[in-house]
Ligand binder design. Structure first.
Ligand code: BES
Ligand code: ZN
Ligand code: ZN
Length: 483
């Protein structure tokens, strides 16, 4: 599906049908030619409501306001409405708000995110017939959008949305297909982008580096672990950003086995890995002036005679000892070692992304990413970036009393809290043990356990993977680059 810009009125575009948004239920707007038909058919213009009027070849879509995320939602619903039709080309106006280009971005993101379908495992594929969407710049605008601004917006939004869909595709792949080695192969494909490099390390490297917490999680798996290190290094570098992703290609819980109903969807425990790869891909495509590293700890968490056990004590890369009390709290063990490795790169920003705790889903609900860290300004800027990107996020506060709950009688710390409450934060505080003093204020922990994978679609997110965390971080970098 191609998206093009046209410096003409919507009625001059030669297409199979046009899309008209009904903003704030205003059926009297000049852009709405079928008012009587719409009223006759009971179309009110509610958010997410769509109607195709064949006589005028118009797709009407309800849209609550000109806010970017409403525009994304309406754009995606327009495509959903014509999914089964044979329409090949569509045209739409620009719906500018006060910020030129912003809603062109939102339109493009809505179309690309909304058009994603996952059919790898379907024997009968039903590809969309839609080939082209034309965005007409000379329409409804309260603000003039220059072709230059619009072209930039189109390019930027395409990079962000396609990176998000790239993450979805990785996460949706089954655990038998997307093993740690297969994940490393996907990472290698990103080296086709200029200035992107990829190193893949095996278990011998992990042993040499003393990454025993990571190795312990891998032990019962028939698939060897991989430490994947992607780098994007452009000519001009303003800062160095290091991302660390949890890449559990499957989480059975290990010997602290998950109940079967909780095990389903655990192919999505590699969502942090997919997100950091996608962020690097997006940033490289946008040619942002930052050196970016994506570090992924890829392994399964399985059961077997060789499995690591509750009662084991592990020595992490930084020498700290961890009492294992629950093998299902495995993500933090992998991340602990990867965070140590990541800090050797002397980052200006260190972000880890993980489907880390069910407790985060309980705390914030299934749509929202948990943001944790020590630096209020940094947490706040990520919150703002996520709002702009259309992702939902909330800050979860650390405190010293929750930290005490990780105390162990036999080792430096336990891998689980002694309380059943505050589990998302205690997991974040566990990771904090592996953040060096000089990096405390540079670090953010993003728990994407809720929004990363859906068993029920919402907004413009389909069933399955959503690419959670990708857009908020790319928006964060785009904002940072304006400074
Ligand atoms: N991968 C899970 C967390 C998770 C839960 C992700 C639901 C997505 C949806 C993680 O490894 C895990 O099992 N965490 C445990 C921690 C507990 C043992 C302290 C959990 O959340 O129950
Ligand atoms: Zn687990
Ligand atoms: Zn897990």
């Amino acid at each position: 599906m191609q998206i093009a810009l046209l410096n003409k009125k919507i009625n001059e575009a030669i297409v199979d049908a046009k899309i008209v948004f009904v903003i704030n239920k205003d059926l009297n707007h000049a852009s709405i030619a079928d008012k009587e038909t719409l009223e006759l058919l009971g179309f009110k213009g509610e958010s997410e409501e769509t109607l195709f009027v064949p006589s005028s070849k118009t797709i009407y879509v309800g849209c609550d306001s000109l806010d970017a995320d409403e525009i994304r939602l309406a754009a995606s619903k327009a495509l959903e409405c014509i999914k089964k039709t044979n329409l090949k080309s569509l045209a739409i106006g620009t719906y500018s708000n006060d910020c030129p280009g912003v809603n062109i971005k939102a339109l493009v993101e809505g179309f690309i995110l909304g058009s994603y379908t996952f059919d790898t495992y379907k024997s009968k594929k039903e590809p969309s017939k839609l080939e082209k969407i034309i965005i007409c710049l000379d329409d409804y605008s309260r603000v003039d959008v220059s072709l230059e601004t619009a072209t930039k917006a189109l390019r930027s939004a395409t990079a962000v949305a396609e990176a998000t869909n790239f993450a979805k595709e990785i996460v949706n792949a089954t655990p038998q297909d997307m093993t740690p080695m297969a994940l490393a192969d996907v990472a290698q494909t990103l080296t086709s982008i200029p200035n992107v490099y990829c190193k893949v390390m095996d278990e011998n490297f992990l042993k040499a580096q003393g990454m025993n917490a990571f190795l312990a999680v891998n032990r019962a798996s028939v698939h060897p672990p991989r430490l994947i290190h992607l780098t994007y290094k452009p000519k001009e570098v303003k800062k160095r950003f290091v991302y660390v992703g949890k890449g559990l290609t499957y989480d059975s819980g290990g010997l602290s086995l998950k109940p079967s109903e909780h095990m389903v969807t655990m192919k999505a425990d590699k969502s942090g890995a997919a997100a950091v790869m996608a962020i690097l891909k997006g940033a490289a495509t946008l040619e942002l002036p930052y050196e970016i590293h994506a570090i992924i700890g890829a392994t399964e968490n399985m059961i077997g005679g060789d499995a690591y056990k509750p009662d084991d004590v592990l020595v992490a890369k930084n020498g700290k000892t961890i009492e294992v009390r629950n093998t299902d709290a495995e993500g933090r063990l992998v991340l602990a070692d990867c965070l140590c490795y990541a800090q050797e790169l002397k980052p200006d920003l260190l972000v880890d992304m993980a489907t880390l705790t069910g407790a985060c889903v309980v705390a914030l609900g299934e749509y929202t990413t948990g943001i944790m860290g020590h630096n209020s300004e940094l947490k706040h800027s990520m919150r703002k970036a996520s709002d702009k990107s259309g992702e939902l996020s909330g800050v979860l506060p650390f405190n010293k009393y929750l930290r005490k709950l990780l105390k162990s009688s036999v080792a430096d710390m336990s891998n689980i809290s002694s309380s059943r409450y505050g589990g998302a934060i205690t997991a974040g505080l566990f990771l904090d043990n592996f953040i060096e003093e000089e990096n405390k204020d540079k670090w953010l922990h993003l728990d994407i356990a809720g929004p990363a994978y859906l068993e029920k679609a919402w907004g413009y997110n389909q069933f399955g993977a959503t690419g959670a965390g990708v857009r908020m971080n790319l928006y964060w970098m785009i904002e940072e680059n304006k400074k």
